[in-house]
Design a protein around this ligand. Structure first.
Ligand SMILES: [Zn+2]
Length: 110
C-alpha cells in the first residue's frame, strides 16, 4: 500500500477515534447521572437493564477504540494493511469498510 493511501486511512482512523472518545464520554456521564439506584423493584429492574445496555455499548466501543489504536500503531510501524494471520495484504475494499481490520477477509472468515 502506498503512503498516500496509508495517510488517508490514518485520517479516517483518527476521525473515528475522536468520535468514539466523544461517545464514550457521553456514556460515562450518563452513567453518573443514573446513579444511585433506588426505586421500587420494577423501576429498579428497568434501571439495571439500562445499565446493562450502557455497559455492553461501553465494552463494544472500548473494544473498537483498542482496535483503532492498534491500527494506528501499525501505521507507525509500517505493518498497516498486512494480515496479522497470513501476512497477505488486506484488500483496500475491506479496509475502506473496516479501516482497523488487522486480518484479511479469508482469515476473518475462517
Ligand atoms: Zn490473512
Amino acid at each position: 500500500m502506498d503512503m498516500l493511501q496509508v495517510e488517508k486511512f490514518k485520517g479516517v482512523l483518527l476521525e473515528k477515534r475522536e468520535e468514539l472518545l466523544e461517545r464514550l464520554d457521553k456514556i460515562e456521564s450518563s452513567k453518573v447521572r443514573k446513579e444511585p439506584l433506588e426505586a421500587d423493584s420494577s423501576e429498579q429492574a428497568q434501571e439495571i437493564v439500562n445499565h446493562e445496555v450502557v455497559d455492553a455499548l461501553d465494552n463494544m466501543e472500548g473494544e473498537e477504540l483498542d482496535k483503532i489504536n492498534q491500527a494506528l500503531s501499525r501505521i507507525d510501524n509500517g505493518s498497516f494493511g498486512v494480515c496479522m494471520e497470513c501476512g497477505e495484504s488486506i484488500s483496500e475494499a475491506r479496509l475502506k469498510a473496516v479501516p482497523f481490520a488487522c486480518v484479511c477477509i479469508n482469515c476473518a472468515n475462517s
